[in-house]
Design a protein around this ligand. Structure first.
Ligand SMILES: [Zn+2]
Ligand SMILES: [Zn+2]
Length: 212
């Protein structure tokens, strides 16, 4: 019985990993802000280090959790169905909240962390219509959403703190192979900051990368 319940929970987490790409692609991007899930995700694309609050994340998850719990309970029994939905909820809350934030805020410590950051920052700064996975590129590959990241160009105002040497403003040598910073051409008329914020959000809603 314990084994069955553990399996139900693990299957729920696995289900989350399996449909993460679709949640991110359809609910996050394609809805263009029509649900809170989507508007929060697009704000995350539009502004450096912007993450929704835990309360907002819980609110966005509840309807999805309810549907999965209902299907699980009808298809199996109450305990198994709820544990399956619980595994899904754990995946939904823990991975985006902890791992996704960690990728943005902290420097990679392992080859895997470095590799997944490149996958994710390609999604942010090269093509937001590709590389939706946060823990593995496998499902991007299977669903035809994968792009092999080249050296990623990041607009100066979006560059992660861990990427840049604060003294010089340049990419730290350890990451030069993977990233470069692009600055605005100061010969052109500068947008004021309000326009810049609006332009970043427009780019996020159109699922295109922000421009320098
Ligand atoms: Zn992100
Ligand atoms: Zn996205």
């Amino acid at each position: 019985m314990i084994f069955d319940y553990t399996l139900a929970f693990v299957a729920g987490v696995a289900f989350w990993v399996l449909i993460l790409n679709d949640l991110h692609h359809y609910l996050g991007h394609k809805l263009k802000g029509r649900l809170q899930f989507s508007s929060n995700h697009l704000k995350h694309h539009g502004a450096k280090d912007w993450f929704e609050t835990i309360r907002a994340q819980l609110g966005a998850m509840l309807p999805i959790f309810a549907v999965i719990a209902l299907i699980g309970v009808v298809a199996t029994d109450i305990a198994t169905g709820l544990l399956f939905a619980g595994g899904f909820a754990a995946g939904y809350l823990v991975f985006p909240r902890i791992w996704h934030m960690h990728m943005h805020m902290a420097a990679p410590k392992t080859a895997y962390g470095r590799w997944m950051r490149k996958h994710h920052f390609h999604h942010h700064f090269a093509n937001p219509k590709s590389n939706y996975g946060l823990v593995t590129p496998l499902f991007d590959m299977l669903w035809g959403m994968y792009e092999q990241p080249a050296r990623i160009a990041i607009p100066e105002r979006h560059a992660m703190d861990w990427l840049v040497d604060p003294a010089t403003g340049k990419v730290l040598p350890a990451y030069e192979q993977d990233y470069r910073i692009v600055s605005r051409d100061h010969g052109e008329a500068l947008l004021d900051q309000v326009d810049e914020v609006a332009a970043d959000l427009d780019a996020a809603y159109a699922s295109v990368p922000p421009t320098a």
